[in-house]
Design a protein around this ligand. Structure first.
Ligand code: NAG
Ligand code: NAG
Ligand code: NAG
Ligand code: NAG
Ligand code: NAG
Length: 435
């Protein structure tokens, strides 16, 4: 068994190796200290588990319970309950202290809908039963090509419960260009979207078999996601677990994600994102990106992944950008990660090309810097336990490795390194010579 083993003492690295062997400045040390210490406060455990207590009996004052059944929902999984849900929403949204209840042991068939706010603050959406999407892509309302259940413009709302949101995605997957090459590549609905909202909590809930992405947080701030499960087959195309875009101050905590694409993906204009206690697999790992597609600008800063377990995923922790983009990824810390049989445990890919045609070479790129990997261990299935494929014209800088220990059961492990520079990183030298 060959090991990739890097020592843990960052200070030692700085003294011994410096930046490409050069002088380490005070600003480098400040940068590293800042990178090590950035944090966002998590939810406490009481908060996390309180969703099992019916909230309408909470001491915070009496809540007004609105059961979708009172709005003529049938809940047999066959009858179209869309109108009942829309009516229930209108009423609950305009009522103070309302709890919109989707009761347990029933299954509600609901079409694509935008549930619009603003609503009265403190609204609770309590999902105990199952909500299913119609399964036939041909009959999908063309007004909603990319969404199923979308909630927009909410403030101070809570989604919670032991219920299930099921996208019935099988037929959509079969029609994907990834499954059937003669089909055009086009988007499919996201099961649950929270858009243009603030102060949102999502606790419990299972989101499964989405048509495409499972759960998107878009254009929102201050979002706490706890104990959410995402589940879809490993070969379902583009079914990202939790996707964060244009959002700030988001914590994703104690979530278990099994899917056919990224377990978590963080894209443009997102900052202050913390992931804690994440289980991922199958799936494509935890990703920042993709960014920079079609020459676009992508900016992601201040991201922390602390404590994760990845099993049989194609990637572990990944940053992926297309050639031709601009913008930057800066101040990211991946730490306390355990991997088991992961293909590319640590990877920066600036030549990402998820396209049926080949991508042309371009010089501009999203700048990647200040990326820390700390206490990362486990097994890789490919020989490149670490792969830093950075842009020639815009190299990666300040990549910091500390206490990384990855091994392969039946072969040697190596680091692939192109245009990357940092601490604890012996660029392009076979690891056996330095460990
Ligand atoms: C829901 O979609 C079905 C087609 O799948 C359609 O027949 C029905 O009218 C839609 N319901 C509403 C309330 O729009
Ligand atoms: C792939 O798509 C084509 C065109 O839409 C269709 O005719 C064909 O039956 C599909 N193949 C499979 C295996 O579903
Ligand atoms: C990325 O976000 C920035 C800032 O919000 C915006 O100007 C830019 O258009 C976004 N890029 C893409 C590809 O959406
Ligand atoms: C991106 O920029 C390159 C170089 O300027 C150009 O050749 C290419 O067509 C652009 N691509 C898109 C999708 O705009
Ligand atoms: C390293 O990470 C593992 C989880 O992968 C954790 O159990 C362990 O406590 C961490 N070690 C330190 C020193 O934080």
């Amino acid at each position: 068994m060959d090991k990739l083993f890097l020592l843990s003492l960052l200070g030692l690295f700085i003294i011994a190796y410096g930046v490409s062997g050069a002088f380490v400045s005070d600003s480098d040390i400040d940068m590293i200290k800042e990178l090590e210490s950035f944090d966002i406060e998590e939810e406490d455990d009481d908060d996390v588990y309180s969703y099992t207590v019916p909230v309408w009996r909470s001491e915070r004052g009496s809540k007004i319970l609105m059961n979708v059944d009172s709005f003529d929902a049938i809940g047999d999984g066959v009858t179209d309950d869309t109108m009942a849900f829309r009516k229930a929403w209108e009423t609950a949204c305009s009522t103070s202290k309302s709890v919109l209840l989707v009761p347990k042991e029933k299954t509600y068939l609901v079409n694509a809908t935008t549930f619009k706010g603003p609503c009265k603050d403190g609204m609770v959406i309590q999902i105990e039963g199952t909500i299913v999407a119609p399964d036939e892509p041909e009959l999908w309302d063309p007004k909603f090509p990319r969404q199923w259940l979308e909630f927009t413009k909410l403030n101070a709302a809570t989604f919670q419960g032991d219920g299930v949101i099921d996208g019935s995605g099988e037929k959509w997957w079969a029609e994907s260009c990834k499954k059937n090459k003669s089909r055009p590549c086009k988007g499919a609905p996201t099961a649950l979207t929270i858009d243009s909202s603030s102060n949102i909590r999502v606790k419990g809930l299972t989101i499964q078999n989405s048509q495409q992405m499972h759960f998107t947080i878009a254009r929102s701030e201050t979002v706490r996601i706890t104990g959410v499960r995402v589940s879809a087959p490993g070969d379902s195309p583009n079914t990202d677990g939790i996707h964060i875009t244009q959002s700030t101050n988001v914590v994703v905590q104690n979530c278990k994600i099994s899917t056919g694409d990224d377990c978590i993906s963080i894209v443009n204009a997102s900052s202050g994102i913390k992931m804690k206690g994440i289980s991922c697999g199958p799936g494509h790992g935890i990703s920042i990106g993709s960014l920079g597609k079609d020459n676009s600008t992508g900016i992601v800063t201040k991201v922390v992944l602390d404590t994760a377990y990845l099993r049989e995923t194609t990637n572990g922790v990944r940053i992926k950008t297309w050639q031709g983009g601009s913008g930057y990824v800066r101040a990211v810390r991946f730490e306390n990660v355990r991997m088991e049989d992961v293909e590319n445990p640590i990877i920066i890919d600036q030549f990402y090309c998820d396209s049926p045609t080949t991508c042309e070479s371009q010089t501009s790129a999203v700048k990647i810097s200040q990326i820390m990997y700390r206490n990362i261990s486990g097994t890789t299935t490919s020989k490149n336990a670490m792969k830093f494929a950075c842009s020639d014209s815009v190299p990666c800088s300040n990549i910091i490795l500390s206490n990384v220990n990855l091994e392969k059961t039946d072969g040697t492990v190596e680091t692939y390194c192109h245009a990357a520079q940092g601490f604890g990183l012996w660029c392009c030298a076979p690891i056996g010579e330095t460990a």
